[in-house]
Design a protein around this ligand. Structure first.
Ligand code: TPP
Ligand code: MG
Length: 433
């Protein structure tokens, strides 16, 4: 904006860009040239715009709805994938109606967790690899076929078993066909699209074949039994699982707390172990996997909602924005940061591959006391080496609402390199021979 009289229109456009269509951040530039400008106060007031219908509904075309329903009807092994777009849309009852009236198993992407409670009978999370590989028709609801979903192809999607058909509900028409062909695109706001589908289901929509749903349930039962056995173990030092089990139970008892999550193992394990029960309560690194969102997200969530926040942080991830504990203390925010301290990135036992005297680039100062950082600013610091100590620390933080940082000591050998990216390193042609 170059002129003072344009501030009103500039802000109105910024609001529309932020909340309409696919929502997102907006950068508004006020250059130095503008700072010294003046205008009459009354004229200034008149130049402000009250934004009318900032995120207008965008109705899907009838034929798109019909095409999607016709395809869904042919499915023998249907699957619904809920993305964060479905959560942002805030049409939770419509989404629930679509899932429950169709009886189709669903998978939530990480920030769609809690849109329906993770213990919902139709959740296929505990059989994720099975359903992705075996489904024949997949309906994406505000979810994109990007790298988080292996671009909709390859082994994850059982490509060798033949191509899948996709129905994709999205507010952005350019998202369609971005990685694989989309047989039935449904463009519009998620609320309008989902309610049009629900209306089109009619009274006698056939539920998916029992063969499909019982095969999923068998796998779910097996995997959940295996998981509870792992969660019940109590190793010393704590494993990711035994520490996350504590948080899992806390969130179960207090489903209104907001969970912020970043790290590698700390992120991947928390995503599958900590069930969510309410929509929009889980904030994590999202599509780009950016470390450093943790403290900013926690501060924002605490200020906007007044709810307690539990930030589950890898020790490396915490380092990217850890200094914000000062802000948390300055505003006395109800944020409980739990640093999963495994002495490094992925684990704390890597060895310097060059043999030099420095530690490996993934290894941090051993046994660092992150809890002391919180104490330095007047918050509560807790050093937790057992699930009991961790539990006590969280309980106290939730009861008091005081800024708290728990240094949770995790077995430094427990983690693995996330994504196995070492395999992407070039190997020399000479060595290959
Ligand atoms: C801004 C940014 N820089 C670097 C990375 C690469 N990266 C992915 S995970 C991670 C940290 C993993 O270590 P930690 O948080 O300690 O998790 P854990 O030890 O539990 O695996 C890093 C640096 C990233 N995702 N984002
Ligand atoms: Mg770590």
């Amino acid at each position: 904006m170059l002129h003072a009289e344009d501030i009103g229109v500039g802000i109105a456009r910024a609001i529309r860009s932020a909340v309409s269509g696919r929502p997102g951040g907006v950068y508004l530039d006020l250059p130095a040239k503008l700072f010294s400008q003046t205008m009459e106060a009354a004229a200034g007031k008149r130049s402000l715009i009250k934004v009318v219908d900032a995120a207008p509904r965008q109705l899907p075309a009838t034929e798109s709805v019909q095409r999607a329903l016709a395809l869904l009807k042919t499915a023998k092994r249907p699957l619904i994938l809920l993305g964060k777009g479905a959560a942002y849309a805030q049409v939770d009852a419509d989404i629930r109606a679509l899932v429950e009236k169709t009886g189709i198993p669903y998978l939530p992407m990480s920030m769609a967790k809690g849109l329906l409670p993770d213990n919902h009978v139709q959740s296929a999370s505990a059989a994720r690899s099975y359903v992705l590989a075996e489904a024949d028709v997949v309906m994406l609801v505000g979810a994109r076929l990007n790298w988080l979903l292996s671009h909709g192809k390859g082994k994850t999607w059982g490509q060798e078993k033949g191509a899948k058909q996709f129905i994709q509900i999205d507010i952005a028409p350019t998202e369609i066909d971005s990685n694989v062909a989309i047989a039935a695109p449904l463009i519009g706001d998620i609320g309008s699209c989902v309610s049009a589908l629900v209306a089109g289901l009619g009274a006698n929509w056939a539920k998916p074949p029992a063969e499909w749903t019982s095969a999923i349930n068998d796998r779910k039962d097996k995997n959940l039994t295996k998981m509870s056995a792992t969660l019940a173990l109590n190793p010393s030092p704590m494993s990711f699982h035994s520490a996350l089990n504590v948080i899992r139970n806390v969130v179960k008892a207090r489903p209104d707390v907001i969970v912020v999550n970043e790290g590698a193992n700390t992120l991947d394990f928390a995503r599958s172990i900590v069930d969510m029960y309410e929509p929009r309560k889980r904030l994590d690194v999202g599509t780009w996997g950016i470390m450093g969102i943790g403290m900013g997200f926690s501060i924002g969530a605490a200020v906007v909602t007044g709810k307690p926040v539990i930030a589950i942080e890898g020790d490396s991830a915490f380092g990217f924005s850890g200094m914000e504990v000062e802000t948390i203390c300055r505003y006395n925010l109800p944020v409980c940061v739990i640093v999963f301290n495994n002495n490094g990135i992925y684990r704390g036992i890597d060895v310097n591959p060059t043999g030099g005297k420095d530690v490996a680039p993934t290894v941090f100062v051993k046994n660092a006391r992150y809890d002391k950082m919180m104490e330095a600013f007047g918050g509560v610091g807790v050093h937790a080496t057992t699930p009991e100590e961790l539990q006590k620390g969280i309980d106290k933080a939730l009861a008091s609402g005081r800024p708290t940082l728990i240094n949770a000591v995790i077995d430094e050998t427990a983690g693995t390199e996330s994504g196995r990216i070492t395999s992407l390193n070039p190997t020399s042609a000479a060595k290959k021979k």
